[in-house]
Design a protein around this ligand. Structure first.
Ligand code: ADQ
Length: 462
C-alpha cells in the first residue's frame, strides 16, 4: 500500500502530537501518517511578497509536514474572501452573510492551483491523497489536470446546505463538478449527504446507485457520511490528569457553592452565542430563585478577526453580555462570565468537569466536538447534563442529550431548568449512553472508516 498524503489549509506543527494543546484531528491524522509513512501538506499561515512555491519541511513524531507560504493577496481573496466570506456562511445556511466577489473566486482558484503545483513533486504513483475541507474543494480537479491518477478523497468538516440555498452561489455547478474529480467525498452527517445528493439529482441530472455511488458530469464517485469523533482515550486521560484536576479545583473554589453552566466555542456567528445569551437571560427572568445560584461561563476564542461579520458578532456579544450582567448582577454575583481567550485542552477538560451543564447550541454546525468533549470530561460517578442544538451534526448521534432548538429562547430556558433539576439517576443513564457513543465513534474509527472507503474505491481509468 502506498503512502498517505494529507492536504489541508493549515497543518499542525509536528513533534507535539502528545502535547495537551493539540486537537484530536491533528493527533488522528498524525497517527495515520505515521502508519502510512505519509506527508501532511498545507499553508504555513505566513505570507510573502511574491509566491515562490518553496516547500519547507519539518519532521517530528514520525510525521513529515510540508508547508508553503502564500501571497498577501491570496490570504485576502482565498482565505478571508472565498473561504471565509463566501463559502463558510453559505454552507452554514447564512446566505445573508455570504459575500460573493469574482476576485474571491479567482483567488480561490489560484491558490488551489498553487497548492497542486507545490505538492505535485512530492507525489509518488501509488500514494493516496486525503484533502480536507471547504478551502480546497477544487484541489482534486487541479491535481487531475496535472495527471494525478491516484485515489483522492475529500472530507467536508462543515455542513452542506439545502439545494435552494446552495444555488444562490454563482458558479455553484462548477464547484460541485469539481467534487466529481475525487474518488470519495465524505460528509459529517446523513443530513449533509442527503442535501448533496439532492443537489446532484435535481440540479445536475445525476443518479444515485445502490452502494452510495453517484453519477453526474460523466463520472461516478463514492459518497459517505463519516461523523468525526474525539481522541476519546487521550481526552479522558487529560480529564484525569494534573492540569485538569488543578483547574477543576480552581473552578470549584470560585463556584462558591453555585452551579456552573459552560459554553466553549470559537467566536463565530454559527455557534449561536447571542441566541444563547438571550436564552439564558430568559431563564434568569423566568427563574428568580436561580439568581445568585447559577452562572454561565462562556469561553469564546476570537477567530477570523479580519472578516467583518466576526468583528460585528464580537461587538454584539460584548454588548449583550454587558447588558445582561448590568441588569442582573449583584455585588457578589456575575451571571455571565464572558472570556475571550483560549485554554489548553487539559485545562478545558477540568473546566467541563466542574460544570453542571454543557450548553452547546450552534445555529448550524458540521459536527461540534465540544459536545463530545463535555461528555468525555465528566465524572462517571456524578456526570453533568449536555444541552445540544438539534442543528449540530452531533445531534444525529447524541440523542440522549437534552436536544433544543437554538432559535427558541423558551425552549433553551426550559432545558436549562430541566438540566439543573435532573436527578442523578437520569443524568447517569443519559451520560452512560452518550459516553458509549463518544468512545465507540472516536476519531480513529472516523479516520479508519474514511481511509478504508477511499482505498476500496475503484482506481479511475486514465
Ligand atoms: P470548529 O468550528 O472549530 O470545527 P468544534 O468541532 O467545536 O468547532 O471544534 C472546536 C475545537 O476547538 C474543540 O476541540 C474545542 O475544544 C476547541 N476550542 C474551542 N474554543 C476553545 C477555547 N476557547 N479554548 C481552547 N479550545 C477551544 C470545525 C467544524 C465542526 C467540526 C470540526 C471537526 O465547524 O463542526 O466538528 O471542524 O470536524
Amino acid at each position: 500500500m502506498g503512502r498517505l498524503i494529507v492536504i489541508s489549509n493549515r497543518v499542525s506543527p509536528p513533534g507535539d502530537e502528545h502535547g495537551a494543546s493539540v486537537g484530536g484531528l491533528a493527533m488522528a491524522l498524525s497517527a495515520a501518517l505515521r502508519e502510512h509513512n505519509g506527508v501532511w501538506f498545507g499553508w504555513s499561515g505566513r505570507t510573502t511578497e511574491t509566491f515562490t512555491g518553496h516547500l519547507s519541511f519539518q519532521r517530528g513524531g514520525g510525521v513529515t509536514v510540508a508547508t508553503v507560504d502564500l501571497e498577501e493577496q491570496d490570504r485576502q481573496e482565498y482565505y478571508n474572501g472565498y473561504a471565509n466570506r463566501t463559502l463558510w456562511p453559505l454552507l452554514h445556511y447564512r446566505i445573508d452573510l455570504s459575500a460573493y466577489e469574482r476576485s474571491f473566486d479567482e483567488g480561490y482558484s489560484r491558490v488551489n492551483a498553487r497548492f497542486a503545483d507545490t505538492v505535485l513533486p512530492l507525489l509518488e504513483p501509488d500514494d493516496f491523497i486525503w484533502v480536507h475541507d471547504y478551502h480546497l474543494i477544487p484541489l482534486g480537479r487541479e491535481l487531475r489536470r496535472r495527471g494525478v491518477g491516484a485515489r483522492i478523497g475529500f472530507f467536508l468538516h462543515i455542513p452542506w446546505p439545502p439545494r435552494r440555498l446552495f444555488t444562490t452561489l454563482p458558479n455553484h455547478a462548477e464547484l460541485v463538478q469539481a467534487l466529481f474529480d475525487y474518488d470519495l467525498v465524505g460528509f459529517q452527517t446523513q443530513d449533509a449527504l442527503s442535501a448533496f445528493q439532492e443537489y446532484v439529482t435535481f440540479e445536475a441530472g445525476g443518479t444515485i446507485g445502490p452502494d452510495g455511488e453517484v453519477t453526474a458530469f460523466g463520472r461516478t464517485i463514492r459518497l459517505g457520511a463519516f461523523p468525526i469523533g474525539l481522541d476519546t482515550e487521550a481526552f479522558v486521560a487529560a480529564a484525569e490528569g494534573e492540569a485538569a484536576h488543578a483547574w477543576r479545583q480552581r473552578m470549584e473554589t470560585s463556584l462558591a457553592g453555585r452551579r456552573m453552566i459552560v459554553g466553549v466555542d470559537r467566536l463565530d456567528y454559527s455557534k449561536g452565542l447571542e441566541e444563547r445569551f438571550l436564552a439564558y437571560e430568559e431563564f434568569l427572568t423566568r427563574t428568580p430563585e436561580a439568581h445568585e445560584q447559577v452562572f454561565l461561563l462562556q469561553i469564546a476564542t476570537p477567530s477570523r478577526d479580519e472578516v467583518p461579520a466576526y468583528q460585528e458578532i464580537r461587538a454584539r456579544l460584548d454588548g449583550v453580555s454587558g447588558r445582561i450582567n448590568g441588569a442582573f448582577a449583584t455585588a457578589d454575583w456575575v451571571p455571565i462570565r464572558y472570556v475571550n481567550r483560549s485554554y489548553r485542552r487539559d485545562e478545558l477538560a477540568g473546566i467541563y468537569r466542574a460544570a453542571a451543564i454543557g450548553l452547546v447550541t450552534p445555529l448550524r454546525d458540521g459536527m461540534n466536538l465540544v459536545a463530545k468533549e463535555y461528555v468525555a470530561a465528566q465524572d462517571p460517578a456524578d456526570p453533568g447534563v449536555l444541552i445540544l442544538s438539534q442543528f449540530a451534526g452531533a445531534a444525529e448521534q447524541m440523542t440522549e442529550a437534552l436536544i433544543v432548538n437554538p432559535f427558541s429562547r423558551e425552549d433553551m430556558s426550559d432545558a436549562i431548568r430541566r438540566g439543573l433539576a435532573m436527578e442523578k439517576a437520569e443524568r447517569l443513564r443519559r451520560w452512560e449512553t452518550l459516553m458509549d457513543g463518544v468512545k465507540r465513534f472516536d476519531v480513529t474509527a472516523w479516520r479508519d472508516a474514511f481511509v478504508g472507503a477511499l482505498l476500496a474505491a475503484p482506481l479511475r481509468e486514465a
